[in-house]
Design a protein around this ligand. Structure first.
Ligand code: SF4
Length: 104
């Protein structure tokens, strides 16, 4: 099968654009999935996306990423689902008043 130069170049350009745009779209999707700060449940739980910004947090090691309700147990994700907040994902470095340390 003979590949025409024009088709080859077109494929190269389309592939290059797709590769360049994919990370941007992934970041946009990730940001869009985060819980909204005005969600009544988020407010009721006192959730903050940056744990150190909470006045109520006493344990400095308490973070969503080591909470038993946080779905990512690998510690690699920057955000993941919380079993208590169904409307979106929470930040790995976040915290709320329902924090419960995950058992090892
Ligand atoms: S319950 Fe745990 S994972 Fe969910 S928001 Fe609170 S601290 Fe984060």
């Amino acid at each position: 099968m003979k590949i025409e130069r024009r088709n080859f170049l077109k494929t190269l350009v389309v592939g290059g654009v797709a590769l360049a745009v994919a990370p941007v779209l992934r970041i946009r999707d990730a940001i869009a999935d985060l819980v909204k700060s005005d969600d009544p449940l988020v407010v009721a739980l006192g959730y903050v996306a940056v744990a150190k910004n909470s006045k109520d947090r006493k344990d400095k090691k308490a973070l969503c990423k080591n909470c038993q309700f946080y779905s990512d147990t690998t510690g690699k994700e920057k955000q993941a689902k919380c079993q208590l907040i169904p409307s979106g994902e929470v930040a790995a470095e976040g915290w709320c008043r329902s924090y419960s340390k995950r058992k090892a």
